[in-house]
Design a protein around this ligand. Structure first.
Ligand SMILES: Cc1cc2nc3c(=O)[nH]c(=O)nc-3n(C[C@H](O)[C@H](O)[C@H](O)COP(=O)(O)OP(=O)(O)OC[C@H]3O[C@@H](n4cnc5c(N)ncnc54)[C@H](O)[C@@H]3O)c2cc1C
Length: 473
């Protein structure tokens, strides 16, 4: 273990004599004294938006929200909460919002924007508030990349603590498996640099086990050769779902690790802000990235491109800063209901059932049914790489509904059941941490031995349960 900042608490050790009543009130008064203007309580101005995650229908009810400005603020908040027996949660953006943080002091870490790219060492040190879009834009001139996912909006730290399934994971593994070290405030309020050499068990837990072990101030991620990145979207009317998904299945069964294909069944609402081509219509798309040569990609995509009624083909060179544009996911907060599951494989019969259940002609209140191809480096990982270990499942499904009207929450849940029934025996009964539904727990993602090891690390590093992640171990 390396202590890199052991300065004393910025607060007094005890609340002042004759001060406010003991309990949370005392703690919050002390926090307000130490971090003036940075602590927001229920009912205060802006409380409703401050307590919300990205999925606005998740009813997060923290005790208070603290907007930290620098690492010293984090140290002060953790020490104060620890002295008073309160729990601390961290949420930079809120894509992973759950109700687990009810009753905690919620730290907003968006202001921790340190970013240092060391091209020589091929390592980026990324502060807890830095979003993927910012990191990718900084990496673009270097020819190097980190293992980004589909959206530019999540923080690099939040994404990585949950494993981080990247566009490039088939070639290079989970983002968490490319981490070098974490700069963290531990349960004693001490700032430490955690690496495989300094704290092997804690480092292992942080590589995908979530935010239950401290407040991460920054992560150091290994950078990889980006080469000439190719990618884009092929789009057909949803009526083409059957031949497109069958071709997707055949290509992915043989694809090189450098190729990542994700299929989407989209139902776009009739919103004026959508492009006219998409507004109020339903489509099947195959989105992709490729780290190999353009000529090779043309051959790989030929079975898709020869299918009729291709209405859009944007495949070409993609600047790294525009990686998030391929899947073009929404970034504004909205209500969502989500279901995700790993799939053992995708055979022809499962594709047929899925198209019967979710294809054209079916009324289904799901904006997206997405299938991501896995395999490659994901399957070759080991249990020592982090709690995910190897991922033998070949695909992952993710469904999203937008419950904006009465009755829709129930209808969306019923639609998830319809999709589950269609996937049948290919369902693996677990999902990636970052894709778990709002109320799922770690029993739905990690193996029993991995969960046991996570609990051991938690007991050793945070015996009083000071930290509470969105999916507590
Ligand atoms: C549109 C969209 C696309 C997505 N695409 C992908 C994808 O391609 N691949 C993928 O893997 N995931 C993906 N996700 C899921 C996303 O990566 C996770 O939900 C991730 O947690 C979101 O990051 P965030 O910054 O919003 O985290 P938040 O929701 O703000 O935080 C999530 C949790 O992370 C922990 N945490 C965050 N920061 C810290 C910190 N500094 N210290 C300690 N703990 C911390 C906390 O436990 C917190 O509860 C996507 C989500 C959305 C909405």
């Amino acid at each position: 273990m390396t202590d890199i900042d052991t300065r004393p608490s910025l607060t007094t050790d005890r609340p002042p004599a004759g001060g406010p009543a003991p309990g949370p009130e005392t703690a919050l008064c002390e926090l307000e004294a130490v971090l003036p203007g940075q602590v927001l309580r229920p009912g205060g101005p802006g409380w409703e938006s401050a307590r919300r995650g990205w999925a606005v229908n998740v009813d997060q009810q923290p005790l208070a929200v603290v907007t930290v400005q620098d690492p010293e603020d984090v140290v002060a908040a953790v020490r104060c909460a620890g002295r008073h027996g309160l729990s601390v949660s961290t949420q930079p953006v809120g894509h992973g919002a759950t109700t687990a943080l009810t009753g905690t002091v919620l730290l907003r870490t968006g202001a921790l924007q340190d970013l240092d790219v060391d091209v020589e060492r091929r390592v980026a040190r990324v502060g807890a508030g830095v979003k993927w879009g910012t990191l990718l834009a900084a990496l673009e001139p270097t020819g190097l990349t980190a293992l980004a996912g589909s959206s530019p909006d999540p923080s690099v730290v939040g994404f990585t603590l949950g494993g981080g399934l990247s566009w490039f994971s088939r070639a290079l593994g989970l983002c968490a498996h490319s981490t070098v070290a974490f700069d963290l405030v531990d349960a004693r309020g001490v700032r430490r640099r955690i690496s495989a050499a300094s704290d092997p068990d804690l480092f292992w837990a942080l590589r995908g086990g979530g935010g239950d072990f401290g407040v991460v101030l920054a992560v150091e991620v290994a950078l990889h050769e980006a080469g000439p990145l190719l990618g884009g979207r092929l789009l057909w009317p949803l009526e083409m779902a059957r031949p497109v998904l069958q071709a997707f299945r055949r290509i992915t069964a043989e694809a090189p690790d450098e190729l990542s294909l994700w299929a989407h069944l989209f139902r776009f609402p009739p919103l004026p802000e959508l492009p006219e081509l998409l507004r109020g219509r339903a489509f099947i798309s195959v989105d992709l990235t490729f780290l190999g040569a353009p000529a090779e990609l043309d051959g790989l995509l030929a079975p898709l491109r020869q299918l009729p009624v291709l209405v859009l083909d944007t495949v070409g060179r993609v600047p790294l800063s525009e990686l998030g544009g391929i899947a073009a996911e929404p970034v504004d907060p909205m209500p969502t209901q989500e279901y995700s599951e790993l799939l053992r494989t995708l055979d022809a019969a499962t594709v047929d059932r899925l198209v019967d259940a979710a294809g054209a002609g079916v009324e289904l209140p799901l904006a997206v049914v997405q299938i991501r191809h896995l395999g490659g480096a994901l399957a070759r990982a080991t249990t020592e790489d982090g709690p995910n270990g190897a991922v033998p499942e070949e695909y992952s499904v993710f469904c999203l509904g937008v419950p904006v009207a009465p009755g829709l929450p129930e209808a969306i849940d019923a639609a998830f059941d319809t999709v589950r029934a269609a996937l049948g025996e290919q369902r693996a009964g677990r999902a990636f941490f970052n894709f778990l539904g709002h109320e799922s727990d770690l029993g739905s993602t990690f193996s029993a031995p991995a969960r046991e090891r996570l609990r051991r690390v938690k007991a050793e590093t945070d015996p009083s349960g000071l930290f509470r992640s969105n999916r507590p171990v």
